[in-house]
Write a protein that binds this ligand. Structure first.
Ligand SMILES: *Cc1c(COP(=O)(O)O)cnc(C)c1O
Length: 377
């Protein structure tokens, strides 16, 4: 029997996306060059509930712009959670500041408020929170701490479009929120991102910095600063517009998939899914499991067993402080004892197939395999 592999992530493209992109490549030139950006940004800011939205080539560029627009640079420290994609932290180095790694909460797998507060020093200027795997941070506590120490907050909502904390949309909690539309994300433009904010000063500064230091509409070509070039193409903006018009159905799919998994896996003792807390309406970018360390099996072995059945998976993010990219930073520091939850999660967590085209029978296949793996301790 030939079985198709079950992919871990991927988009859901319909005729609407094809029509909008076709229209953009045909018509979005000359005086209409920005028509899809304007519609996409307007729809996006309405969805997140912020005054401003800026379409960008990536989420990484959004974080870079946010830090730059806030004037963060050499000598400053920025706190990030250990468990995230390196894109959250890399822009801290781009601006010459220093990343400081804090632990995550064992329940939400997002930034732990106590660990965050402990990591604050007189040099700390900002924190980047991460709404991991479509779940959300405990914003009441995190924002209260940030306010007490007068820190800027950047919300990395790359994985959480459409999620809500106490009814308020992901991306609207920080001074700046950023999103990713990479092909693996819930809403995709192939590659792309969005910066959202209610702070007009930061927005204007970011808008200046993202176009080689010129204000929109300026054609004097007399640049006053060396800056960046971070713009999205109109074809991507058209794709994004089609996707955001379908956001409700995209999220419905993600929620459905999570419930297919949780119905079957919640019966297995010692396995925890990314079940959100009572204040969070999650969007489950990636259905994830963490197993009890008492199971004598490695992450590699679990992934190999799935692989043998044609099932793709991903390892949980490794703690940033454990990456070779940050060894210079972590020298002589015992991060595994400073941030124990993150180091525990690394060994015992994976992401399960969560593409938008996942079928119920595929989810059952995955659950059956997980059931076999974890039935014998
Ligand atoms: C995907 C992702 C990013 C990076 O997004 P790009 O658009 O690839 O720059 C940043 N942070 C998190 C948490 C992500 O999952």
């Amino acid at each position: 029997m030939t079985t198709k592999r079950i992919p871990v992530a991927g988009p859901w493209i319909t005729q609407r996306e094809i029509e909008y992109v076709t229209d953009a490549v045909t018509n979005a030139w000359y005086g209409n060059a920005n028509m899809y950006h304007e519609r996409f940004e307007k729809a996006f800011s309405a969805c997140v509930g912020t005054i401003h939205a800026m379409a960008l080539p990536s989420c990484t560029s959004g974080i870079h712009l946010a830090l730059s627009a806030m004037g963060i640079g050499p000598g400053d420290e920025v706190i990030v959670p250990e468990i995230t994609w390196i894109a959250t932290a890399a822009p801290i180095s781009y601006v010459g500041a220093t990343p400081v790694f804090a632990d995550v909460d064992p329940e939400t797998w997002c930034l732990c408020p106590d660990s965050f507060e402990k990591a604050i020093t007189p040099r700390t200027k900002a924190v980047i929170t991460v709404d991991l795997y479509g779940n959300m941070v405990d914003y009441d506590r995190i924002l209260a701490i940030a306010a007490r120490y007068n820190l800027r907050v950047i919300e990395d909502a790359a994985e959480a479009v459409g999620a809500r904390y106490k009814g308020k949309p992901a991306g609207s909690f920080g001074d700046v929120g950023v999103f990713s539309f990479h092909g693996s994300k819930t809403l995709t433009t192939g590659e792309g991102g969005m910066l959202v904010t209610n702070n007009t000063e930061i927005f204007n500064r970011a808008n200046f910095l993202r176009d080689h230091g010129r204000v929109p509409g300026d054609f004097s070509f007399e640049n006053s600063e060396v800056a960046f070039k971070y713009k999205m193409s109109s074809m991507q903006a058209a794709l994004g517009l089609a996707q955001i018009e379908r956001l409700d159905e995209l999220i419905k799919r993600k929620r459905e998939a999570f419930h297919w998994y949780s119905d079957q896996l919640s019966g297995i003792k010692g396995i925890k899914l990314n079940e959100p807390g009572p204040d969070v309406l999650a969007t489950y970018w990636m259905v994830s499991i963490v197993w009890d360390p008492s199971f004598v099996i490695t992450k590699r072995q679990v992934r190999d067993r799935l692989e043998a059945k044609g099932i793709d998976s991903r390892p949980f993010f490794s703690p940033l402080s454990s990456l070779q990219a940050y060894t210079h930073h972590s020298e002589n520091r015992h991060f595994n004892s400073i941030n124990p939850t993150s180091y525990m999660l690394r060994e015992h967590g994976i992401n399960l197939p969560s593409s938008l085209l996942l079928t119920e029978s595929q989810a059952h296949q995955v659950c059956d395999c997980i059931g076999e793996i974890f039935s014998c301790k």
